[in-house]
Ligand binder design. Structure first.
Ligand SMILES: NC(=O)c1ccc[n+]([C@@H]2O[C@H](COP(=O)([O-])OP(=O)(O)OC[C@H]3O[C@@H](n4cnc5c(N)ncnc54)[C@H](OP(=O)(O)O)[C@@H]3O)[C@@H](O)[C@H]2O)c1
Length: 233
């Protein structure tokens, strides 16, 4: 398949543009290291340049290995050609492009998988956590910092003391979960919204098929000569 060029967007305070279409690397049940590595490598071949990973997905290692392999194969000339979003350090890269606070919560013990037990969830020290994120950017460990699954109130709390505002808020967003107020708020503050589970996380434990089976979306897709998945993302 011929490689495709994906448009990019500029993030506030980030010198590197972010490709708007990212390949997610969470899978339920986990796809396994080799399958994830092969999928990422294949995605680089067809033109993906942005990958979304996280410690909790167990996909940081295969993403890192796929990048090393892509460099070896000459699919990319430099790691700089890729935009890597993650939600905790473990990638064996010199830097990541976008580092997010995965959830606005604190856990009383270390767990590496979701879902987590309710009993170990506590409120996050939002300002303290954000100060540490700012330090990561100042140290050059990431080109941009942001949040994920944050509501307007918690973002306001960050903005009240931040010296570097969040560049991105990655949230669940799709045609049936439109988050209009949050989108308006983030737009006003110059925070880019990234959608996750754009297809309603069909085939997963918590998602359903209401988007992929939606008749209105199917009609819109048909009238444009696209698939439902294409008009939903
Ligand atoms: N920040 C966060 O808290 C957070 C939370 C969840 C997800 N994410 C990120 O967002 C990414 C995507 O989210 P997601 O996987 O939850 O949900 P999603 O993209 O809404 O749905 C993924 C499902 O869509 C199916 N699919 C793929 N292409 C399709 C097509 N053309 N037509 C119909 N179905 C199609 C896949 O099926 P198959 O399984 O058959 O391939 C997969 O099961 C994740 O990989 C992760 O990187 C972030």
């Amino acid at each position: 398949m011929a490689a495709t060029t994906i448009p990019s967007v500029n993030l506030k305070g980030c010198e590197k543009a972010m490709p708007v279409l990212s390949m997610g690397t969470a899978s339920y049940p986990p796809a396994g290291l080799e399958a994830t590595k092969a999928a990422v490598l294949e995605a680089i071949k067809v033109g993906y340049r942005h990958f979304d990973t996280a410690f909790a997905y167990g996909s940081e290692k295969p993403v890192g290995e796929a990048i090393a392999e892509a460099l070896r194969l000459g699919l990319i000339q430099s790691r700089d050609e890729l935009f890597i979003t993650t939600k905790l350090w473990n990638l064996q890269l010199d830097y990541v492009d976008l580092y997010l606070i995965h959830w606005p919560i604190r856990l009383t013990e270390m767990v590496s998988k979701t879902p987590v037990a309710r009993e170990i969830v506590r409120p996050l020290d939002v300002k303290g956590a954000w100060a540490a994120m700012e330090e990561c950017k100042k140290l050059g460990l990431t080109k941009a910092i942001g949040v994920s699954n944050f509501a307007t109130k918690t973002i306001q709390e960050i903005l009240s003391s931040a010296t570097i505002p969040p560049a991105v808020n990655q949230v669940e967003l799709n045609p049936l979960w439109r988050q209009e107020k949050l989108k308006e708020f983030c737009k006003e503050k110059g925070i880019h919204i990234t959608a996750y589970s754009p297809l309603g996380a069909n085939n997963t434990k918590w998602g359903d098929n209401r988007i992929v089976d939606n008749e209105v979306l199917a009609d819109i897709a048909k009238s444009r000569g696209k698939t439902t998945a294409q008009v939903s993302t």
